[in-house]
Write a protein that binds this ligand. Structure first.
Ligand SMILES: C[S@@+](CC[C@H](N)C(=O)[O-])C[C@H]1O[C@@H](n2cnc3c(N)ncnc32)[C@H](O)[C@@H]1O
Length: 252
């Protein structure tokens, strides 16, 4: 996979991609990540990428010309579509999630556009961008951190990055949150590791983990359960949880 990131601050990516597992993925050629300086696509002496808004008002807006020029230059598939996607990071986009990360991980080339100031000229949305993504309902100063988040979540799903088993059990993979983890020591400040995890009985451990996943999702993100494919025994357990909850509510 190749990921080009259009930005006016390419140096911001030195940190996130030069450490830890993403660095390893780059070193192993699973992915090529190129922060691209948008200013190199300007034609004026000052390399100006922004201008004031028509109609007045505060802030500066990214001009359309440098962004169009950059994307047209970086596109590998000039016919659009296929294995390539041009994505604008914006708080107004669809909320990025694990399902989207997995969809993007199947593509060969991503071009991520990082805005700044008041954002980009509307014609970038209308004629250049294929998708708009937000990393949550808050406003960042620029799209770089959002692009780094998208890259991290996508790259770790590339084939060869995680073991299949690790990816299968993760939070959100089946619209469930992951079960709790423990490591040594078996007792820490009076808190004991659940006995089943020390039992060596793999079937029971799997069973416990599945129930814990359902419990955790029910307690923290119950809306996810409607998207989960539950087995019969999962449903029975979930009904027990719901009944316990309604008993408690009745007592209160
Ligand atoms: C200060 S924001 C502009 C916000 C814009 N005026 C608005 O109200 O929608 C500057 C840039 O940061 C990025 N950004 C801010 N919040 C974001 C979020 N939640 N997700 C993705 N990108 C974001 C976008 O690239 C945006 O163009």
């Amino acid at each position: 996979m190749r990921i080009d990131i259009l930005t006016i601050f390419p140096g911001m990516f030195d940190g996130p991609f030069r450490e830890s597992m993403i660095k390893r993925a780059i070193d192993q050629n699973l992915v090529e990540i190129n922060p691209v300086d948008l200013r190199q696509y300007t034609e004026d002496r000052h390399h100006q990428v922004d201008d004031s808004p028509y109609g007045g008002g505060r802030g500066m807006i990214f001009k359309p010309e440098p962004l169009y020029k950059a994307v047209e230059d970086l596109r590998s598939d000039k016919t659009r579509g296929g294995n390539e996607r041009v994505i604008l990071l914006t708080p107004q986009g669809d909320t990025f999630n694990q399902e989207k990360a997995s969809e993007l991980a199947d593509l060969k080339h991503l071009i991520l556009i990082c805005g700044h100031y008041e954002g980009v000229d509307e014609r970038v949305r209308l004629g250049l961008v294929e998708e708009e993504l937000s990393i949550g309902d808050f406003v960042l100063t620029g799209g770089e951190l959002a692009a780094a988040v998208v890259c991290d979540a996508v790259v770790r799903l590339l084939p060869g990055f995680l073991s299949v088993e690790a990816a299968e059990n993760e939070s959100f993979t089946e619209s469930l949150l992951e079960y709790p983890h423990y490591t040594r020591p078996a007792v820490f400040r009076g808190m004991e590791v659940p006995a089943v995890l020390l039992s060596g009985n793999h079937a029971e451990i799997e069973h416990w983990r599945r129930k814990q996943s359902i419990l955790r999702t029910y307690q923290r993100r119950p809306e996810l359960l409607s998207k989960t494919e539950l087995k019969n025994e999962d449903r029975i357990y979930l009904d027990t949880l719901k009944n316990e909850q309604s008993d408690q509510n009745n007592v209160l």
